[in-house]
Design a protein around this ligand. Structure first.
Ligand code: SF4
Length: 352
């Protein structure tokens, strides 16, 4: 089929998505242009902000690709204290980010659950109700998700990374704590509770095929998520998956696949919010601008204090998340103005 005709097909089937993922450079430009125009027509050309707080790098899990994994003794652990939250929330207001995205390693103990709950409540209670709160605190029981939702968190991000059982078993230990079906159930639970739900995948996992990625995108579209998070796998020498480096695409190829996923999801779900993950910027200093050019409309500037940021070592020393402040990110604001002071909720959510 002619490439342009695939772009206009509704709905896109797995084989169409594979074609788009396999696009040549010239076709890719067309794909990005098409997705970009679709974004401008549906959700507009503005870029919304989610000020990002890496709350803690303590994690009870052991994903084989992630530097925060419990058994990685090469990093120093931290957890930001509750008394620091007020000044962080003030910064969100003063600098007109308007939304706070809180990401942490995953824990299910009551001390952690209650701490997150108190943080959410304190932000909402202290005359700071203008702040939209997004949580990314991993897999939790439905009652925990409900508790945080009632306290004022209204968005949640839970990345599946992959929907393929073989690949999931390849990037996580084969034990009770790492179960793809359970993770998918958590996503459903978040949607049922009423959060604006975001999810995403990692491109470039060793052995991953274009068919695998196409199946992931179809799964997320069928799940009717409200936000898509595009991430790419970055090898970390402190993790077990590093041993499989010889099976990797280049970082540039992994990033381009991720950008193509952004454009494809924009075509499949024109009114969703699309966010390039920190991995895209860690791989390429212009990564977020490239993501915007491919159809994304939200970015995650980092406002975590510098000391804690330096310990949030998900990737490796060449790919730090350190310099992701708004001042350090180069964006074409004439074409895509930043929507300071606006929440920028997903239109998809309100269309349900
Ligand atoms: S991917 Fe998430 S759950 Fe897995 S080790 Fe890293 S922080 Fe923990």
């Amino acid at each position: 089929m002619i490439f342009r005709n695939i772009l206009e097909k509704k709905p896109l089937e797995i084989n169409d998505i594979v074609e788009l993922l396999s696009s040549t450079e010239e076709e890719m430009d067309l794909l990005f242009e098409y997705a970009r125009e679709l974004r401008d027509q549906t959700v507009g050309n503005k870029i919304y902000l989610r000020a990002t707080l890496y709350l803690s790098n303590i994690c009870s899990k052991n994903c084989l690709f992630c530097g925060l994994r419990k058994e990685n003794n090469a990093i120093e652990r931290f957890s930001i204290e509750e008394n620091e939250i007020e000044s962080i929330a003030q910064k969100v207001i003063t600098e007109k980010y308007q939304s706070l995205y809180i990401e942490t390693g995953e824990r299910q103990d009551s001390k952690f659950i209650d701490k997150i709950d108190r943080i959410v409540k304190s932000i909402k209670d202290e005359s700071l109700t203008d702040i939209g709160i997004t949580l990314a605190c991993g897999e939790q029981k439905p009652e925990t998700y409900s508790k945080w939702f009632k306290s004022g968190a209204h968005r949640y991000i839970l990345n599946l990374e992959t929907t393929n059982d073989f690949l999931y078993q390849h990037i996580t230990p084969n034990d009770f704590d790492h179960n793809l079906d359970y993770r998918k159930r958590c996503l459903k639970s978040l949607l049922k509770i009423g959060y604006q739900v975001g999810s995403g995948i990692m491109t470039g996992i060793p052995y991953q095929t274009h068919e695998d990625i196409a199946t992931d995108l179809k799964y997320l579209a069928d799940s009717n998520i409200h936000k898509f998070i595009a991430g790419a796998y970055i090898e970390n020498s402190s993790t077990p998956l590093y041993e499989e480096n010889k099976y990797l695409l280049t970082q540039q190829e992994r990033m381009l696949l991720s950008l193509k996923c952004i454009a494809i999801m924009r075509i499949m779900m024109p009114d969703i919010a699309i966010i390039p993950s920190s991995s895209i910027l860690a791989m390429d200093k212009l990564g977020w601008q490239k993501a915007i050019n491919a159809g994304a409309n939200i970015i995650l500037p980092n406002i975590t204090p510098a000391l804690e940021t330096s310990k949030y070592d998900i990737y490796n020393s060449d790919n730090q998340v350190q310099s992701m402040s708004l001042e350090n990110i180069s964006l074409d604001q004439k074409r895509n103005p930043i929507a300071f002071g606006e929440w920028g909720d997903s239109l998809r959510y309100f269309a349900k």
